[in-house]
Ligand binder design. Sequence first.
Ligand code: COA
Length: 375
Amino acid sequence: MHQPAITGTGVFTPPEIITNDELVAAFNAHVDLWNAENAAAIAAGEVEAKAYSSSEFIVAASGIERRHVLDKSGVLDPAVMHPWLRERADDEPSVMAEMGVAAARAALEMAGVAAGEVDLVICAASNHERAYPAIAVEIQQLLGSGGFAFDMNVACSSATFGIQAAADMIRSGSAGKALVISPEICSAHLEWRDRDCHFIFGDVATAVLIEREDEAAKPRFVIRSTRCATEFSNNIRNNNGFLRRTRKGHMEDRRDMQFMQNGRKVFKDVLPMVSAHIAAHMAEEGVQAVDLKRLWLHQANKTMNDYIGRKVLGRDPEPGEQPNILQDYANTSSAGSIIAFAKYSKDLEAGDVGLICSFGAGYSVGSVIVERRIG
Ligand code: COA
C-alpha cells in the first residue's frame, strides 16, 4: 500500500464580485416589479406580496458579505435575476472545464508536477452542466493528462468524497497522481428571486493534487485517513433533469430546476451529524482535540461553523484555528472547505495535524485527517 499525500492546491476565483448591498438593491427592485405586475392578484388575496431582503439579515443569518460570480450583470438586472453565460459551441471548452483547468494548473504548479504525469482526474462537484461526456474527461484532454477520468456528485461533500476515492486508488496502486477538481457554478443553480436563499451561493473552482508520498518533491499533507457518511434527506433538493418534460407544467415553472432547501431543518439535522462524525473519525485515528492544529470546515454558515468548532475542540476556537472564507465567497458548495485549506494551510509545521470536513445535501459528510510533512 502506498501513502497518499496532498502536494498541491489551486483556486480559480471569478473576478466579478456582488456585495450584499448590490444584491439586496437588485432583489428589492425585482420585488417592486413583481408586486406591481401581480397587484390585482395580491389585492384579491390570491398570491402573497413578495417582501424585501436586507443586508443586515444576510450577515446576521449567514456571515456572508459578498460572493464571486461568473456574471453579475444578469443577476443584478431586476428583470432577469440569473447570470448570463455565453452559449458555447461543442468544440469549445465548457465553462466548468475552463474553470477546472485554471484551478488544476495552479495545483500542478504548486506541486511541481506536469499535467502529463497525472493519470486520474475526478471532477467532483454538485452542479454538473451536462450528464455526458464527463466534464472530467474534457478536463483530462485540455490538460493533456493520461489515464482515466470521471465525474462524481455528492453535493457539498463532493470534494472530500473525491479525495477519499483518489486517495484509495493511490493507496492500492490503481492510480499514481490524481487531480480532484471542483468547479462550482452555483450562480446558475441558485434561485436569485427567492428571498430565503438568494444570498447563499457563489462561484469558484478548486483543485487538489494527490500523489504517492514517496514521489512528492515538496512540502505536503499526508492523508492519514478519510471517512465518509450519508443519510437520505429531502431538505436540500433539486429536481432538475430530463424527466421535467414528462411532468405536466414543469417546463414552464423554472423554480423546481433550482436549489431548494429547508434551511432551519438542515441546521438542526446536520450539526449533530457532523459533530458526531468528526468525533468518531478522530477517535478512530487516535487524534485528540489538543492534537488538532486546524479545522477547514464546509463554508455554508458562520454560526454552523462556530458551533462545530466548539464541539470538536471543546472550547471556542482561537482566531485562525478554524478559518472561514464564506464572508468573501459565500457558500461555494463542495469547494468551500478546499478554499479554506488552500488559503490557510501553508504555515503549518512538520507533524501538525488538521481536519478538512464538508457536509450538505444527501445528507452527506466527509472528513479528511491530514498531517504536515516538510522534509
Ligand atoms: N431578508 C430579510 N428577512 C429574511 C430573508 C432575507 N433575505 N430571508 C428570510 N427572512 C426572514 C424569514 O422570512 C423569517 O421570518 P419569520 O421569522 O417572520 O418567518 C426570518 O427571516 C428567519 O428566516 P429563516 O429562514 O428561519 O432564517 P435562518 O436564521 O434559518 O437563516 C439560512 C437562513 C439559510 C441562512 C440558514 O437556515 C442556514 O444557513 N441553514 C443551513 C444552510 C446549509 O448549510 N445549507 C447547505 C446548503 S448546501
